[in-house]
Design a binder for this molecule. Sequence first.
Ligand code: ASP
Ligand code: MG
Length: 412
Amino acid sequence: MGVLVLKFGGTSVATVPAIENVANKVAAEIKNGHKIAVVVSAMAGVTNQLVSYCSEINQIFNPQEYDTVVAAGEQITSGLLALALQKRGIGARSWLGWQVPIVTNDVHGKARIRSIDSPALKTSVMKGDVAVIAGFQGVTPEGRLTTLGRGGSDTSAVAVAAALRADRCDIYTDVQGVYTADPRIVNRARKLNKISYEEMLEMASVGAKVLQTRSVELAMKEKVPLQVLSSFEEALGSDLPGTLVVDEGDIVEQEVVSGVTHSRDEAKVTLRSLPDVPGVAARVFGPLADASINVDMIVQNLSPDSKKTDLTFTVPRADLPRTLEVLKAISKDLPGTQIESSADVAKISIIGIGMRSYVGVAQKMFKTLAEKGINIQVITTSEIKVSVLISEEYTELAVRSLHTAYGLDHES
Ligand code: ASP
Ligand code: MG
């Protein structure tokens, strides 16, 4: 029987009874004959609390010490789950990031995993002991603690699954899987049984916050089959009750559009009457990149007289004040340019690998929105995604109408 990696998120280990429930799931998978490594998050809310302790001391904190503080939540849950397993007579031990070791680069607060080369971990798991690994944590080659960015335990789990050549990585959370749309908005949203890595990546990056984006990138690269499932249901991972994230080739019946997502995390900026000369876009986006502001949708209009043009783009809403500051500084060198901005926008996206082989998919989106009288402000497309920016007040209406238009509503 093969190796399974089970990852439990913050709500799944939020209390001692929840941890006991997790131990029961692990015990049942062992009974099924699997060898198990578990990756745990901190108890729900703990990481936020630790982050706020840091900013209470100083708004601008030293990233090395920040990591030392925020990595602590996962240490507690890994020890507690090991205790709960031992109580059931199951051989188990906790592994902190540095003990594995999960070696990362030194970008503190957002470190990237370089390698997991751990003969000790492999031997322990193969012997039948459960390895309870603290997610989120890493260590630099110099021996300093790092963390993998918020939501990073997902990435820890996939990396461990790749290192152990696991048959599957089950991500236990508080939802039953990946949905065709946010069920809080669309009550006819359906749980998807399977989705491709590419689609999941697009969904993760446009606001479906089930998995950390990096974990999906890594799973795709290392070909680790993932499953997203609920830890609050009876069914075990081996019953495959959740959503499988797999290679496109493993999906037999491909829908044209698999999901409709929305994000209210963006703001729109327009620069009016920019000089239409070579190098202007570079002069605008260079300083924004230097300020680590991630620009997303971009449109530049044609200028009728080839002298002036308008440039519209979106940035994360939280970065809007900083963006305007940067733009004000550069606009001194761009006489006549006006800066406009709006945070009352939402980005609505349709996603599906079926789009590659069908025509008229985007057109249906535009027509559906037009019929509801919703104005489209910006459009961008990729091979498997079409996104539009609309006024935020129409978010729900847009998502619901598109969900129906693409035949995603469940029957009853
Ligand atoms: N505890 C960390 C966080 O809240 C990592 C994780 O849960 O994935 O971001
Ligand atoms: Mg998470």
